[in-house]
Design a binder for this molecule. Sequence first.
Ligand SMILES: C=CC1=C(C)c2cc3[nH]c(cc4nc(cc5[nH]c(cc1n2)c(C)c5CCC(=O)O)C(CCC(=O)O)=C4C)c(C)c3C=C
Ligand SMILES: [Fe+2]
Ligand SMILES: [Fe+2]
Length: 347
Amino acid sequence: MKKGVLLVNLGSPDSPEPKDVKKYLGEFLMDPRVIDVPLWARTLLVKGIILNTRPKQSAEAYKKIWWEDGSPLIVLSEQLQEKVQEKVDFPVALAMRYGSMTIKKGLQELVDKGVEQVFLIPLYPQFAMATTETILVLAEEVRQEHFPNLNIESLPAFYNNPEYIKALSESIKKSLAGKTYEHLLFSYHGVPERHIRKSDITNSHCKPSDKIDCICCKTPSPAHEFCYKHQCKEVTRLVAEYLNLEDNTYSTSFQSRLGFDPWLQPYTDRTIERLGKSGIKNMAIVTPAFVSDCLETLEEIAMEGEEIFHEVGGKQFTTVPCLNTDDNWVAFLANRINEWSKNTVEV
Ligand SMILES: C=CC1=C(C)c2cc3[nH]c(cc4nc(cc5[nH]c(cc1n2)c(C)c5CCC(=O)O)C(CCC(=O)O)=C4C)c(C)c3C=C
Ligand SMILES: [Fe+2]
Ligand SMILES: [Fe+2]
């Protein structure tokens, strides 16, 4: 049976114009795994409130980071696809969860090449309901409706895979070589705390009181397979171990919160402010929830984050690029694909 690979990332608007940003945000935020409230409440919130103001504001932000070839997230994902394709013998397609490069088009491209067995790779190191889960659910719906004979398997979250940790750590080491920094902040995309509880397969894992130094995330539990918070903290711990970082010279925070519900804490913007106010003059920041640079890293961190740091007296603010098309990262993906191919039983 012919095999193929589908890489799936989040997606971006078609252009940084408010009408395209509105269309994209409408699809994204109406996903019940992103804004997980009943349909009537989501419709009221998204269509009645958020889409009336946010698209204009987000379009301004997108304009600051947009490249000649398009959205950085899309351009970098396409470059990644090309590099992975050079390393494996099967067709590699690329799709996005939201926007024009749909999962249906990605699967169709593979089917048109005769593919019958697909290895789907959500481009997220950590599992979250709003990322990995929504991709897998939609891919299965599309399969059932349009490609019932297709067999799809997927790569689980790879946050603690030693090869991934090595790729991430080496990329941090390379980009910070020769730079002075007193603190390295690991900033992950946030999610509402409620999402963590919903993904808890044991129903008793995350304690709401464990806001910052989370004991539950350090205690072995089957819940960790789906605990975004645990998986983020593990990435920080494993990278710190690999790079031999001294205690108190690094920490974890969560960015990009939206709305008024409590999200994972501590928040990145407040952490940057606190670090600057505490006398740290040089800091570096890495964003391991994103494998491709995007709005959230290029604008929210590299521009807004730096501004906050300077406002409170900070001097040097160094942003570590995402893995993007890093050779070790490409090799990691190619190795997972070849491993899958070797272990896949022909159906
Ligand atoms: C309730 C809202 C959101 C949740 C939950 C959420 C989770 C989540 N998102 C990413 C990765 C990305 N998000 C990006 C942009 C973005 N995210 C939200 C909202 C939620 N994300 C919004 C409204 C936006 C759009 C921009 C804005 O208006 O601020 C992006 C960048 C996309 C790009 O085009 O560059 C990424 C990537 C993760 C990993 C995650 C949960 C773990
Ligand atoms: Fe997001
Ligand atoms: Fe936890």
